[in-house]
Each structure stands twice: as C-alpha cells, then as structure tokens.
Design a protein around this ligand. Sequence first.
Ligand SMILES: CC(C)(COP(=O)(O)OP(=O)(O)OC[C@H]1O[C@@H](n2cnc3c(N)ncnc32)[C@H](O)[C@@H]1OP(=O)(O)O)[C@@H](O)C(=O)NCCC(=O)NCCS
Length: 154
Amino acid sequence: MAVVRAMTRGDLDGVRRLEAATPEAPHWTPAVYERFLSEETPDKRIFIAADDSRTVGFAAAHIISDVCELESMAVDSAARRTGLGAALLAALKEWARQNGAIRVELEVRAGNTSAVAFYERAGFSTDGRRRNYYREPDEDAVLMSCPLQPNHAS
Ligand SMILES: CC(C)(COP(=O)(O)OP(=O)(O)OC[C@H]1O[C@@H](n2cnc3c(N)ncnc32)[C@H](O)[C@@H]1OP(=O)(O)O)[C@@H](O)C(=O)NCCC(=O)NCCS
C-alpha cells in the first residue's frame, strides 16, 4: 500500500528514476530538484507516493502569489489507474490551499489525452490553448485550472 508524503533528499534517486522512465514528464537536473527540497523555498514542494520505499509517483508544484502551478507529475506505468495520481493531487491541493493558493494551474501537451482526462476527472477545466508551446515535437499546450476551497481555519 503506497503512502503519499513530502519528498526528502533521500527520495531523489527514486524520483529521478521514475522521471527518466516517464517521457511525458519534464526532465530536470538535480539542481532543479534541490530547489524543491531547500528550506529557503517553502513555496515549492514535491509530494511522492512510496510503496515499500520505492517511489511509484510524484507531483511537483510551485505557489506564486495565490496560484499553485503544477509543474510535473508522474505515476509508475505499472501502478496507474489505482488512484495514486488522485491521492498525489489531493495532497498537493491541500498543501496549496493551506499556503494561500486559491487555484491550481497547469499546462499539458494537447496530445496527452490520458493526462487531460485525469485532470478533468480531478476537477480541472480547460481555460485555453497556447499554440506551439512545446518543442520536440512541436505541440500546443492545453491550459487547465482548478479552484481551491478557501481555508477557513486560518
Ligand atoms: C496522468 C497520470 C499521473 C495519472 O495517474 P494515475 O495514478 O493513473 O491516476 P488515477 O489512478 O488516480 O486516476 C484517477 C482517474 O483519472 C482518470 N484517468 C486516469 N488515467 C486515465 C487515462 N489514461 N484515460 C482516461 N482517464 C484516466 C480516470 O477517471 C481515473 O479513475 P478510474 O481509474 O477509476 O477510471 C499518469 O497517467 C501518468 O503518470 N502519466 C504519464 C505522465 C504524465 O502524463 N504526466 C502529466 C504531464 S507532466
């Protein structure tokens, strides 16, 4: 049974392995991951799903003002359609809400129909397209967003 928690430095190899095996995910240097792990940038966070210490999913986000940008997300191909992506997004949304975000935004390749379907199911709607946003191959981005409930506790 996988658990969802914040990524630590000890998870870096597992996250990079999963990223490398996921062509749809952006490919980042260790320095980019370091910015998500540094205490100096609490507005950046990666959540991971770990199954017996194996990383089977992750989601990376950055809060800018009151918007949380979902920057990367992947679930191990053997573990898809078991609810891990939804659990990662739920953790990320809760963190974003508690840290003042009122909306989550993302861009996704127009041809990544699985991800678009996943995000729609998770409450995202399409706001528009950015033409030829992606390279290799050239492709439009679909812009999606999802409102967050305000945090009444704070
Ligand atoms: C997108 C992704 C993260 C979804 O993760 P997941 O763990 O499989 O998602 P879940 O199991 O939580 O799916 C929740 C719901 O989303 C929808 N969904 C998920 N994958 C889907 C697919 N391939 N086709 C249609 N609907 C899908 C379904 O409604 C699903 O519920 P169901 O399985 O009960 O029908 C995963 O497919 C992935 O890693 N893809 C490659 C990387 C990627 O494209 N990342 C996004 C761009 S960076």
